[in-house]
Each structure stands twice: as structure tokens, then as C-alpha cells.
Design a protein around this ligand. Structure first.
Ligand code: CAA
Length: 258
């Protein structure tokens, strides 16, 4: 399919999606979100792809939902369209790991989409924020929930109530991003990390992602029980036999994703 708002490429076993609306700092229009969902579905269905990188430009990962597109919406329209939920959730529903490689602005919906990814690698130029309050609304794609879980109530509350941005250093200190890399090396590093993930056995990668996600949605006892069930189940895979045999034989494993 031809995309107008994103660029979709395959790099080895990694699916790379680049948000590409430079004139609007990658503002997340409904057309862009629909394309993003299609591209993610395509990579999800592609057996050769083991991980996905989502990135933007040097200046902006994404400056939020498209303000011009939503400015005149009424409550009824928002409600009937299930505005923001529809389409946007595609990112958080992907089973394969998705890495957000963020340079420049990740604001509003841009920050929310980055937080829907499994982790964020930030360029030293990255700036994160939830400025919706300055527009007379609040975050609408999970920002009040995901930012609070990631950085804690105090910092999330301050950012969401004032709309102030945090830079890459503060984002790393507070746990929003996994690591900072120099802007010029961001994409290369993200692809390297994604390729490493893609080289692992697929069953254990999907299980690991599912188990970590469960930490957000259950008690500790429930989460640990869930983890144990998956851990035991992985002993039924060829990849477990291969991974452990390779260790004993002092060689690299050759996972077959089964
Ligand atoms: N929606 C639509 N267009 C946007 C946009 C957005 N979110 N962000 C930037 N643009 C457009 C600008 O209107 C401008 O277009 P024109 O040249 O046609 O005027 C172009 O992108 C370049 O932007 P600026 O000239 O403003 O660039 P700057 O470098 O001076 O400022 C910025 C950069 C600080 C990111 C500023 O653009 C900005 O504040 N953007 C809006 C950020 C924002 O409020 N995001 C939240 C949106 S609401 C939301 O996301 C709801 C939700 O929870 C899902």
C-alpha cells in the first residue's frame, strides 16, 4: 500500500516506521494514525519481522494530535467516533516489541504514542511533554495513566497541570526513557537493539513482553504466577532446547521461532 504520512521499510528482521509529515512536525492526523495501524498490522503478520522501530524526524518524533483537525470537533462527534481511542490503540496492541526512537519533540499524543511503545530510546535532543492543558483539554491517548506509571505521581501531575516539557536527561532520570544516545546515532542504535531482539527466539520474546506488561495490570502475586506459567510453557519450545544446548556447547544459538 502507498503511504502518504509515514515511510515503511524493512531493515533485516526489523520493521522501521518513520512518521513523515514534516510540515506539521509529524502531528498525528487521523490519516496518519490509520496508516500507522496498517503498517503495524503488516509487520505483525510478517514472519520475517521480529521487532519494530517507530521514529520521527530530527526535529520531532510527533508534536501531538493534529490540533487544526480537531479544533472544531463537538462532544458528540468525539464520542461517536470514539476520538483518540480508535486507531491509536493499534500501537499498544502489537505483540512484537516496538521501540520508540525519539528525537526532538514528543508532545501530547506524540509522547503518548512513544509511551505505548515497549521502551523509548531518546536522542539527547528529545523533549517530552503533555501540553494539552494549554489547549483547554487533557491528554486523551493514555497520557495521564502511562506517564504517571512511568515517572510517578508528582512529576506526572506537575507536567500535565503545567504543560512543561522535560528534556532527555530528566526523562532518563525519571524512568520515562531507557537510555539517551547522541542524536546522530539514534536510528542506528535503535535498529541495532531491535535486530538483537529479533535474533532471539520469538516465543520467548513475545512471552517476555506479555509478562512485563502484566506487571501493570495485576498484583505482584498474580503477575509472578502469570510469569511462572509462561516460563514453564517455554520449556515446550524447540528454541528453549536450542538456547540451552548452544550454551552448553559454547556456540551461538540458532533459534527457529518454534
Ligand atoms: N497539530 C497541528 N499542527 C501542528 C502541531 C499539532 N499538534 N504541532 C505543530 N504543528 C504545525 C504548526 O502549526 C506549524 O504549521 P504552519 O507552518 O502551517 O503554521 C508547523 O507545524 C511548525 O510548527 P511551529 O511553527 O509551531 O514550530 P516551532 O518550532 O515554532 O514550535 C512546537 C514547535 C513547540 C512543537 C509547537 O509547534 C507546538 O507547541 N505544537 C503543538 C504541541 C501541542 O500542543 N501538542 C498537543 C496536541 S493535543 C493532543 O495531542 C491531544 C492528545 O492527547 C492526543
Amino acid at each position: 500500500m502507498a503511504y502518504e504520512n509515514i515511510i515503511v521499510e524493512t531493515k533485516g528482521h526489523v520493521g522501521l516506521i518513520t512518521l513523515n509529515r514534516p510540515k506539521a512536525l509529524n502531528a498525528l492526523s487521523q490519516a496518519l494514525i490509520a496508516e500507522l495501524g496498517k503498517a503495524l498490522d503488516g509487520f505483525e503478520a510478517d514472519d520475517d519481522i521480529g521487532a519494530i522501530v517507530l521514529t520521527g524526524s530530527e526535529k520531532a518524533f510527533a508534536a501531538g494530535a493534529d490540533i487544526k483537525e480537531m479544533a472544531s470537533k463537538t462532544f458528540t462527534q468525539c464520542y461517536l467516533e470514539d476520538f483518540i481511542t480508535k486507531g491509536w490503540e493499534a500501537v499498544s496492541k502489537v505483540r512484537k516489541p516496538v521501540i520508540a526512537a525519539v528525537a526532538g519533540y514528543a508532545l501530547g499524543g506524540g509522547c503518548e504514542v512513544a509511551m505505548m511503545c515497549d521502551f523509548i530510546l531518546a536522542a539527547d535532543t528529545a523533549k517530552f511533554g503533555q501540553p494539552e492543558i494549554t489547549l483547554g483539554v487533557i491528554p486523551g491517548a493514555g497520557g495521564t495513566q502511562r506517564l504517571t506509571r512511568l515517572v510517578g505521581k508528582s512529576k506526572a501531575m506537575e507536567m500535565i497541570l503545567t504543560g512543561r516539557m522535560m528534556d532527555a536527561q530528566e526523562a532518563e532520570r525519571s524512568g520515562l526513557v531507557s537510555r539517551i544516545v547522541p542524536a546522530g546515532e539514534l536510528l542506528e542504535e535503535a535498529l541495532k537493539v531491535a535486530e538483537r531482539i529479533a535474533s532471539m527466539g520469538r516465543p520467548s520474546v513475545l512471552a517476555a513482553k506479555e509478562a512485563v506488561e502484566r506487571a501493570y495490570e495485576s498484583t505482584l502475586a498474580e503477575g509472578v504466577r502469570f510469569e511462572r506459567r509462561l516460563f514453564h510453557a517455554l520449556f515446550s519450545t524447540d528454541d528453549q532446547k536450542e538456547g540451552m544446548a548452544a550454551f552448553a556447547e559454547k556456540r551461538q544459538p540458532n533459534f527457529k521461532n518454534r
